[in-house]
Design a protein around this ligand. Structure first.
Ligand code: DGY
Length: 293
């Protein structure tokens, strides 16, 4: 990405794993024409107002809830994201979590690492088979559909929310699915979509999978549901206050935790960076962006 940009621009590159602080971002955005942002960069109205010369904000991620898109639009700044290129990797990771929690891989690994595994046992860590069960997909966009396509290989039937003729109302999907997988963007209407009443609707034998955005699930309600066996388990890639994880989750065995790895393959991250750079360069060259939000 950097080479592509440096060929035509002066690049002020932030090195390091931790994102810039909000104050640093406000300082460094001044005088810049383009911002290539990570999903961990909070590009709010204050940042956008400080970036008086900004013409484009190219987010490296399909989700763009870290950007105040309305504030950007008011100033005529184009906002882009990176759809499509990460669909397969995120759908694959969703399946890794579905299999991991229903076959109790995390519990097994912890047992071995604690030095407590005594060898094969007939009734040890028995999981749930997926064949013949219903996968409920909440949010049937690109990633939700890609998760559904892979369900055929595991013999699951699929129900999904949405606006098409086959869509199922959320309440019914929650009460009939064996695995519920979340693929909605984070918006005001999806924040805490899965709350205590939603958990109460789910089967006691059901699993919740979240690879979308943490705040779509009320984490305190999830802890309540897992502790009280209102649902059987959960597998999460995203959290309400990343990188913090609710303490109640850390103490529970019926939850599998991944550190926001949905799109984390070499191939996909390379494609995401490349697409973000091409979006920024297109706008700077006066052309249409490839993937505007
Ligand atoms: C996204 O793209 O929004 C993911 O959460 C990070 O890849």
């Amino acid at each position: 990405m950097t080479a592509r940009l440096e060929a035509v621009c002066d690049v002020d590159r932030h090195e390091g794993i931790a994102p810039l602080t909000h104050a640093e971002l406000i300082t460094r955005i001044q005088g810049k024409h383009a911002l290539i942002a990570m999903i961990t960069d909070r590009v709010d109205r204050a940042v956008i107002e400080a970036g008086r010369d900004l013409r484009v904000i190219a987010n490296v991620g399909v989700g763009f809830n870290n950007i105040d898109v309305a504030a950007a639009r008011e100033r005529g700044i184009v906002v882009t994201n990176t759809p499509d290129v990460l669909t397969g990797a995120t759908a694959d990771l969703t399946w890794a979590l579905i299999l991991g929690i229903t076959r109790r891989i995390g519990e097994g690994e912890r047992l071995i690492r604690r030095g407590e595994w005594k060898g094969w046992a007939f009734d040890q860590l028995l999981g749930m088979e997926l064949r013949g069960r219903q996968l409920g997909i909440v949010g049937f966009g690109r990633i939700g559909r890609a998760v559904a396509e892979r369900a055929v290989a595991f013999g699951m039937t699929v129900a999904h929310t949405g606006r098409d003729a086959d869509a199922m109302p959320l309440d019914r999907l929650l009460s009939t699915s064996d695995v519920v997988s979340l693929h909605v963007p984070l918006r005001d209407d999806t924040r805490h979509l899965i709350d205590q009443p939603a958990f109460a609707r789910m089967k006691r034998s059901a699993y919740l999978i979240n690879t979308s955005r943490g705040p779509v699930v009320d984490e305190a309600a999830l802890v309540w549901a897992l502790k009280n066996r209102i649902i059987a388990g959960a597998a999460l890639d995203v959290y309400e206050q990343e990188p913090q994880v609710h303490e109640g989750l850390l103490a529970l065995d019926n939850v599998l935790l991944a550190p926001h790895l949905g799109s984390a393959t070499i191939e996909t991250r390379t494609a995401m960076a490349d697409l973000a750079a091409r979006n920024a360069l297109a706008v700077l060259a006066g052309e249409s962006p490839l993937t505007p939000v």
